[in-house]
Design a protein around this ligand. Structure first.
Ligand SMILES: [Zn+2]
Length: 203
């Protein structure tokens, strides 16, 4: 056993365990963070704990696009200035952040909350596909931009959506140019994302 990982007390051990569950936080980082928190003034620690709790208590999903929001609908869906003829489909809410950061897109979004993955048992019913198709029924949307990740699951999802949406008479485009295979949208840089948006191709 790694002796440096033997925690001092039960509560420190518990904190290390919990931090270790976070993505990208290994045992060493969890330990470093736990001891950092231990040294932090109580007031500051309370703010961190409150922030974690309130994100769970106050945040829900937009009833239209399934982005995160603190009210029934999100700021993007509520914004009259957005182009309501376009919907950009993403896998996760953080992908919206990445696309918004480019300021290259003015339309609406739809968050699938996942991607089709037969190997992991994720089918079309497990992501927000039905809700998307419902949104497209009133004829106001003329273009759907598929911005799923460029990995296998993202490509499969894009293909499925394109086959499902095209028959509705809606133009379907795919972010492609400039995004190398395997790219997760949230980690793409602004320039690459903007180019990918501008260079989107009809499917
Ligand atoms: Zn929304």
């Amino acid at each position: 056993m790694d002796r440096s990982f033997v925690p001092a007390t039960e509560s420190v051990s518990k904190l290390i365990q919990e931090l270790n569950k976070l993505p990208g936080i290994g045992p060493k980082s969890a330990q470093r963070l736990a001891y950092h928190i231990l040294r932090t003034p109580e007031e500051q620690t309370r703010e961190l704990a409150d922030a974690i709790l309130s994100v769970k208590q106050k945040t829900k999903l937009c009833s239209i696009c399934f982005n995160v929001t603190e009210s029934d609908t999100c700021r993007i869906c509520d914004n009259d200035q957005r182009d309501r003829t376009k919907i950009c489909i993403v896998e996760q809410p953080q992908d919206i952040l990445a696309l918004e950061h480019t300021r290259a897109y003015q339309g609406l979004y739809h968050v699938l909350h996942g991607a089709i993955s037969p190997t992991e048992g994720v089918g079309t019913d497990d992501i927000k596909v039905k809700e998307l198709i419902n949104r497209l029924q009133d004829g106001s949307v003329t273009e759907v931009i598929l911005a799923t990740n460029t990995n296998l699951e993202g490509e499969q999802t894009a293909l499925y959506l394109s086959q499902t949406i095209s028959p509705l008479g809606i133009k379907v485009t795919r972010l492609a140019r400039g995004l190398p295979f395997g790219t997760e949208l949230e980690y793409a840089d602004d320039v690459t994302l903007t180019r990918a948006l501008e260079g989107r191709q009809e499917l």
